[in-house]
Design a protein around this ligand. Sequence first.
Ligand code: SF4
Ligand code: SF4
Length: 247
Amino acid sequence: MTEDMMPISLENLMNFNCNSQNECFNDCCRDLNQALTPYDVLRLKNNLGISSQVFLKTYTSLHYGPGSGLPVIEFKPNPATGYECPFVISKGCSVYDDRPGSCRMYPLARAIARSRETGEISQYFALIEEPHCKGFGKKTGQTVKEWLKGQDVGKYNEENDKLMELISLKNQILPGKLEGAGADKFYLALYDLDEFREQIVEKDLLNEFHFPKDLLKKIKTDDEVLLNLGIDWVKFMLFGIKMTFGG
Ligand code: SF4
Ligand code: SF4
C-alpha cells in the first residue's frame, strides 16, 4: 500500500463528494493508465453498439504483461487532448451508465482474498488521495457501503473477481510468462467476445466439447453467458480444468 492510500472499512464514513461544480471536474479522466477488464469491454462495446473488434481497435491499446505474458487492454488516450479518456466530454462521462469498474470505484481501491477452505471472498478497501482530486473532506453522511451502492459496482466486482481468480490460477499453475497460443486464447475468449462467438458458431471452435444446445442458443445473444463460457474454456485450454458449461 502506498503512502497516499488509507485503509477504510465499509462502515466508515465516506467524506468525499464528486460533482460537476468541483474545480477538478474531469481531471481524473485524463493522463490515464487504465487497464480494462473483460466485463468493462463487454459493457462499453454494447453501450456504443459496436463489435468487440471495432471497440478494441478504435479505443484501446494492447500489450502483454512483461512477467505474466497476459494481455493488458488499456484505453488509448489522445495526446492531442492531454491524454484524455476517449469518452470524456465537457459534461462528464459520455458512457456513464457503462463506465468501467475502476471509474466507479475511484477514489477507492479494492483488493480481495479468497478462503482456501470455503472459497469465500473477503474484500479490503483503501482510499487513494491524489492531489488533483478535490472531492475529499466533504461530509455527505454516507458510509463507504452506501457510497459504493450508489456507484453500482456490485455486478462489476462479481464479474471482475472471476478474472482475478483466473489470474491467480495462472500464477499457481503456470507461473512465468505465458506465450503464443495461450496468450492469444486468453485475449480471444475474454476480450474479443464477438470474434469468439463467431469462431464458435461459424467455425465450430468448441465442436469437440459437445456442449448443451441451449447454451449454444444463449451465447448467440447473451454476452455475459459467452464471457463465462470463455473463462471456462480458458481454464480448460490452459490449465486442464474440466469445463462446467455454467453448471
Ligand atoms: S470511462 Fe468515463 S469515467 Fe472513466 S475515465 Fe473515461 S470519461 Fe472518465
Ligand atoms: S478529480 Fe475527484 S472530485 Fe474531481 S471529478 Fe474526478 S473524482 Fe470527482
